[in-house]
Write a protein that binds this ligand. Structure first.
Ligand SMILES: Cc1cc2nc3c(=O)[nH]c(=O)nc-3n(C[C@H](O)[C@H](O)[C@H](O)COP(=O)(O)O)c2cc1C
Length: 185
């Protein structure tokens, strides 16, 4: 059996929760991004990185992977946690701001999963609050009927808040990861 590790970057806890559930299911460690500097990643066969999504980017993903070579990239599995509808359009945007930046042809077959998170407007302050205010305004510019609908849904989630964190959301990532862990990537 191959040895995985889960690394996460979480501001308000939902990504950490997913990381801990995944680690529990795979019987491995879940370590925060800050703590991961002390870890020799080459000791692990698979590295599952999860970060919360901010402005379509996966937080700390760039920093985490900046010194990755081919060997580590081949071992990488990524999940992003956000509140946007997991549409193909949103997926492509998050992908291009993360994996697309380090492996634009996906030569290392890095898989990206989007998991639904939590948003509480009452708990967001400072620059994050301002960013959400801008995002709500920018969202109005959807052009097709579908993208308008998605935008309206996201606006509503930003205004009222939402909690979409459920343990079963990790089923897909677990199924695929177990397959990879038992065979070859
Ligand atoms: C400033 C800011 C920007 C965000 N941008 C996005 C985004 O582009 N797409 C998305 O799906 N969610 C976005 N979110 C929602 C967060 O990703 C969501 O609240 C997530 O669950 C937070 O994870 P955490 O609890 O681990 O910190 C944003 C939240 C904040 C505060």
């Amino acid at each position: 059996m191959k040895k995985p590790i889960v690394i996460y970057s979480s501001k308000r806890g939902s990504t950490k929760q997913y990381a801990e559930w995944i680690a529990e299911e795979l019987s491995c460690e879940a370590v925060s991004f800050e703590e991961s500097y002390n870890i020799n990643l080459y000791e692990y066969d698979f590295i599952i990185y999860g970060g919360w999504i901010r402005g379509s980017g996966i937080v700390d993903f760039d920093k985490f992977t900046q010194s990755f070579d081919d060997e580590l990239l081949k071992r990488l599995i990524v999940f992003g946690v956000g509140i946007a509808n997991p549409s193909a359009e949103n997926y492509m945007q998050v992908w291009s701001f993360s994996i697309g930046k380090i492996d634009s042809r996906n030569e290392h077959k890095i898989i990206l999963y989007l998991l639904e998170g939590t948003y509480d407007p009452g708990k967001v302050t400072g620059l994050d609050k301002f960013l959400m205010f801008i995002m709500k305004k920018v969202l109005i510019s959807g052009s097709t009927k579908d993208s308008m609908e998605q935008a309206r849904k996201m606006q509503d989630r930003i205004e009222r808040g939402i909690d979409l964190v459920k343990r079963e959301n990790i089923d897909g990532i677990l199924k695929d990861t177990r397959k990879i862990l038992n065979g070859a990537k």
